[in-house]
Design a protein around this ligand. Structure first.
Ligand SMILES: NC(=O)c1ccc[n+]([C@@H]2O[C@H](COP(=O)([O-])OP(=O)(O)OC[C@H]3O[C@@H](n4cnc5c(N)ncnc54)[C@H](O)[C@@H]3O)[C@@H](O)[C@H]2O)c1
Ligand SMILES: [Zn+2]
Ligand SMILES: [Zn+2]
Length: 341
């Protein structure tokens, strides 16, 4: 079957790969929709692992239910792509997201488990989640990044009336902003280096305002809005300037939730965290409960995430879509791939 695989630095190729074979355990899914994630972009930029077929945000239809007695051929599903061991301290405490094995065999993130940039995939049966009829394939492909935002905002522990800055207006930043507002923040601001994305965060109704992170008056603007800094920061970029701006815009004693990822070590002024007694809280992925909660929030129409989708493209357009998403000027937030298009 046709797939899109990493070929080199910022380069994909259309590649024939073997179709998944039933092993009586894994669920085989005919993929309908797959989201392009900001994390996928890091791999594409790094150019490896060569041959990786990404796509860990997928929705589809069961072709083979594997060992899941409650599933049948034709059921509409999505899945947590992760591969927790279920034995370690993290797994046993209900936190499979920080199990050290959780990404080893992750669907769409490990060479051994090709993801949704192909028309069919096999995934761990215990991670498959059935979809209600009123959650569309596009919405279902958005569950995974939505759950990342929910997890980050829960860790931020936002109190009603607090002022929150979300750094980075990609999909992770925007869903985090959405949940911050739902938690009762009185002011939700998104900071961006990309003007088009900053403006879009307000136009889409998830940010009250946006701030231009490249503006020399950025800190002046932060203080004008907050007096003494934001109560909570949700950092959704991962690069050094963004993390540094999290440390400098949070009020003393405040909390910074680090969601953004950098594949390389970065230099940040930790002394600010020391002097201001900041809490730095990492946030990775989601629990299964949070993932299912996002499905339910969509089914109950309590959140609307399709507004973040820019376009639905075929496999041939994946390369151009990554280029668009990394242009630094496009306002596209989420591009969905239909591997059968
Ligand atoms: N922790 C997790 O579980 C988890 C899950 C998914 C994604 N991520 C990471 O979160 C980050 C965001 O993901 P995404 O899909 O939204 O990515 P994205 O690349 O679409 O969005 C990042 C945004 O940050 C903006 N930006 C860059 N530098 C900035 C700065 N100094 N100040 C303000 N804005 C700046 C960019 O213009 C871009 O719009 C990525 O690093 C991704 O790897 C983490
Ligand atoms: Zn993702
Ligand atoms: Zn574990």
């Amino acid at each position: 079957m046709r797939s899109v695989a990493i070929k080199g630095v910022k380069e994909f190729e259309i590649k024939e790969i073997a179709e998944p074979v039933s092993d009586g355990k894994k669920v085989i899914i005919d993929v309908k929709k797959t989201g392009i994630c900001g994390s996928d972009i890091h791999y594409w930029v790094a150019g490896g692992p060569v041959g990786l077929v990404m796509g860990h945000e997928f929705a589809g239809v069961v072709r083979d239910p594997g060992d899941r007695a409650d599933l049948k051929v034709g059921d509409r599903v999505t899945a947590l792509p992760i591969s927790p061991c279920l034995k370690c301290h993290a797994c046993l405490s209900g936190n499979p997201q920080y199990c050290i094995h959780t990404w080893d065999q992750a669907t769409g993130l490990a060479l051994t488990n090709p993801g949704g940039l192909a028309p069919r995939l096999a995934t761990r049966s215990d991670m498959v989640v059935k979809l209600p009829d009123n959650v569309t394939d596009e919405e279902a492909a958005m569950v995974e990044p939505t759950a990342v935002g929910l997890h980050a905002v829960r860790l931020a522990d936002i109190k009603v009336g607090e002022k929150v800055l979300v750094i980075g207006g990609g999909i992770i930043g925007l869903v985090s902003a959405m949940f911050a507002k739902m938690e009762g923040a009185s002011l939700v601001v998104v900071s961006e280096t990309n003007r088009a994305r900053g403006e879009k965060s307000v136009a889409l109704g998830v940010a009250d305002e946006w701030l231009d992170a490249t503006d020399p008056k950025f800190m002046e603007n932060v203080m004008a809005k907050t007096g003494d800094g934001f109560d909570k920061i949700i950092e959704c970029c991962g690069n050094a300037p963004a993390v540094t701006s999290a440390l400098t815009t949070v009020k003393t004693g405040g909390t910074v939730v680090l969601v953004g990822v950098s594949l390389e070590a970065i230099t940040i002024p930790t002394t600010i965290a020391v002097m201001h007694e900041l809490t730095l809280q990492g946030a990775i992925a989601y629990t299964k409960e949070e993932f299912v909660t996002c499905v339910n929030l969509m089914a109950n129409k309590q959140i609307e995430v399709t507004k973040f989708i820019d376009s639905v493209v075929g496999l041939e357009d994946v390369q151009a879509s990554y280029e668009k998403l990394t242009s630094g000027t496009s306002d596209a937030i989420k591009i969905i791939v239909d591997p059968n298009k």
